[in-house]
Unconditional design. Structure first.
Length: 89
C-alpha cells in the first residue's frame, strides 16, 4: 500500500484590518496605521497610503516613514492632519 503525502497548502498572506494609533513623541507624533496595501507617495509634508477601502493622507511638517512592515506603516513628524479619501484610489 502506498502512503499518501499531505500537501502543505500555504495560506495567503492576510492583510490586517484597518487600525490607526497615534502617540506623542519628542519630535511631534508617531502614527501607526495597519491594513495598508501600499505607499502611494511621500514627502516631508504629505504621506499618501492606500488601504482596501480608502486612501489615507497624512499632512504635516518633517514627516518621514519610520517603518513599513506586515502592512503596517509608521509615520513620524509634526502631524497636522489625517484625511480619509473614499472611492477610487
Amino acid at each position: 500500500m502506498q502512503g499518501k503525502e499531505k500537501k502543505s497548502e500555504s495560506s495567503p498572506v492576510a492583510i490586517p484590518s484597518f487600525h490607526l494609533e497615534a502617540d506623542r513623541t519628542g519630535g511631534g507624533m508617531s502614527v501607526f496605521i495597519c491594513g495598508i496595501i501600499s505607499i502611494n507617495a511621500f514627502t516631508e509634508e504629505t504621506v499618501s497610503l492606500k488601504s482596501h477601502r480608502a486612501r489615507v493622507v497624512i499632512s504635516g511638517r518633517d514627516l518621514n516613514v519610520g517603518a513599513y512592515e506586515n502592512h503596517t506603516v509608521e509615520v513620524k513628524g509634526l502631524v497636522e492632519d489625517i484625511r480619509f479619501i473614499y472611492g477610487k484610489n
